[in-house]
Write a protein that binds this ligand. Sequence first.
Ligand code: ZN
Length: 336
Amino acid sequence: MVVGLDNGGTCNNATVLDATGQFLVNNLVENPSRVLDGPESAVESLAQAFTSILELTSTPRSLVRAVGLDTPGPASAHGVISSKGATNFNQVSWHGFDIRGALETRLGLPVIYNNDANAAALYAHHRHFGAAAAEHSSVAAIVGTGLGGGVVQDGKVIRGAAGMAGELGHVQIPLHGVLDDGQPVPKCNCGFEGDVESIASLTGIKNNLLPYWLTRFPDHPLAGEPLGKAAKLLRGLGEKEDPLAMAVFTQQAKAIGKLFTIAANFTDPAAYFLGGGVVEAAPHFRQWFLNTVRESTELRDEQAKAATFALVADLDMAGARGAAVAALDAVVTAAR
Ligand SMILES: [Zn+2]
């Protein structure tokens, strides 16, 4: 057995995975993450989540071989929080903190770390390919406040030398065919211009797309709302085919298509996964969005025949489940 722990800004989510690949938990099991109280409280909360999920599933602790942990980044490949801190980890005591090592010491079990987007990508891959996961490759783009992602090769997440592989949001894309004539080049918080996140994220809508499109639809009802609130209202309007909302989401889908075109020429994956808020939208809207991404991804005929486009399911549980998949894989690999 392995346990998966997903650490978020307010809650931890936990799951248990057995050696046959079955999850023993079918719903969200959460406890407060206490990350804002600092590392000590947060590690203690993760330990509580671990104990609670074993009790809930009647799993004896002696059967647990490893724990998978995921947190939001930026962090190293082995779970050292960035020396500059991070959104959820802005207290000085978090800067450069080894959350993986601290949890390993606290639990006395091996802890395998992934960032949350990589964990979600890994879960999407394993859910889609099942027993054949190790024979396939995939790429996942998850649209949220930012644009998270992951690249999976032969069933394993590509981590990179510094743990920064799969930062798909910060891949710069050709903007021709994405932006309107005269539209300013979108800027990202990372300092880049015209990367995927500057367009395909909630932050990109608020900072770049909405300010521009409101100049084209000056009488739109959203013109009277603060940008942050208006950005969040946009998906509901997209479901009703509001022209401004459709213009914004079309640009997002095209940007992701450009990203997937780069992926096609880079790792030529067997599957392209799309996740995030759009997956929770009305079925007709999310299907339209996925179709637009697919149409904007330029594949060679051979690739188009070999590739699948799919939505990432169970996104709220994907972090904990992906973390558990990584832990099980580490246990199996170590046993060989
Ligand atoms: Zn960026």
